[in-house]
Design a protein around this ligand. Structure first.
Ligand code: 8YV
Length: 328
């Protein structure tokens, strides 16, 4: 009797045909329905697993891996990995991988679209029309902010931020950015983006887009004070993580007219959305779909599968997962 095949836990339904590639090497325990796994359920699922394919819904830290003595690799389907306590996983020698690059352009497309929708009041106007309020043409109806020729501010100038900056060139926008570190001059030139400090970014942006990773130090980075530093005519778009924004402060700003509009794809308590935001007419709300084109979501799962296979020592990249996160 042989128990030689490593065991894999797949935490959510993904794409069956892609996940099936794991069957060549592993015994796979799949999760048939979208699940909000309790911490104890994750711990139980990991107890016998050698590897796991997980998504942002699955929070994994020291407690969840305490009994997982065989666990050697976790492949996250997503570029952001704030659902994982990477330090705790690395301390146990577990390889952690994410899915960068494959989603960059799709996510930048969506970020730009959400900014446009907020600025030009697209969903607000549609709701109004569908509700039967359109009784006649009105010169003053649904007037929005200008996008072309305005100033775009990007907070977090990684790959996705750079993608948004490149799109802004087509709209003749002036692009400012702030980032932990300044980009090389050649990249700034290619993106036509100018580095400024955070205060200048807040003060000068007509449209501010958040594309930075969520780490505890960034919690509620956009709070009441930051919102008060923005132009009242500005918009705020968040395609990164909900915890970057103090949602009550944002609701105050949107309701009082302190901020013109917002576009939000991510929420602090998602899938629960702050009821005060739901009540604001001047916010475009989408259910965390920025990377959600079919080819991109498939590419993300394919990369995560490649990472897992390689991290466990199989396949063409054995021992060299394409996008493992380096231990600090
Ligand atoms: C994913 C995301 O849909 O990649 C990310 O960081 O937020 C989204 O693209 C999500 O992570 C799926 O797990």
């Amino acid at each position: 009797m042989s128990d030689a095949r490593p065991k894999i836990w797949v935490s959510q339904p993904l794409f069956d045909d892609i996940v099936a590639r794991l069957d060549e090497y592993f015994d796979v325990a799949a999760t048939p329905d979208i699940s909000d796994h309790a911490p104890e359920a994750i711990a139980a699922a990991l107890r016998d697993a050698d590897g796991a394919l997980v998504t942002l819904n699955d929070r994994i830290g020291a407690a969840e891996i305490a009994g997982a003595t065989r666990l050697r690799a976790i492949a996250n389907v997503g570029v952001g990995y704030n659902n994982l306590d990477v330090a705790a996983l690395h301390a146990r020698g577990i390889v952690v991988a994410n899915t960068p690059d494959v989603l960059t352009e799709t996510t930048a497309d969506f970020g730009f679209a959400l900014m446009l929708a907020a600025a030009r009041r697209i969903t607000e106007a549609e709701h109004w029309l569908r509700a039967g309020h359109w009784q006649g043409w009105g010169f003053h109806k649904m007037l929005g902010a200008e996008v072309h020729g305005s100033t775009l501010g990007i907070l977090g100038m990684g790959r996705i931020g750079q993608g948004i900056a490149r799109r802004a060139a087509g709209f003749g926008m002036r692009v400012l950015y702030h980032n932990r570190s300044r980009l090389p001059e050649a990249v700034e030139r290619e993106c036509r983006a100018r580095y400024v400090d955070r205060d200048a970014l807040l003060a000068q942006s007509d449209h501010l887009v958040l594309v930075l990773p969520y780490v505890p130090a960034n919690h509620h980075l956009i709070d009441a004070a930051a919102l008060a530093a923005m132009k009242p005519t500005a918009t705020l778009t968040n395609i990164a993580r909900g915890g970057l924004v103090d949602e009550d402060a944002l609701a105050d700003a949107l309701q009082s007219g302190r901020l013109a509009a917002a576009g939000l794809d991510v929420f602090e308590g998602e899938p629960v959305v702050n009821p005060r935001l739901l009540a604001c007419r001047n916010v475009v709300l989408t259910p965390h779909i920025a990377s959600g084109s079919l080819p991109t979501r498939r590419a993300m799962v394919a990369l995560a599968v490649d990472n897992l296979v390689a991290a466990l020592g199989y396949g063409p990249n054995a021992g060299k997962p394409p996008s493992a996160i380096a231990p600090k």
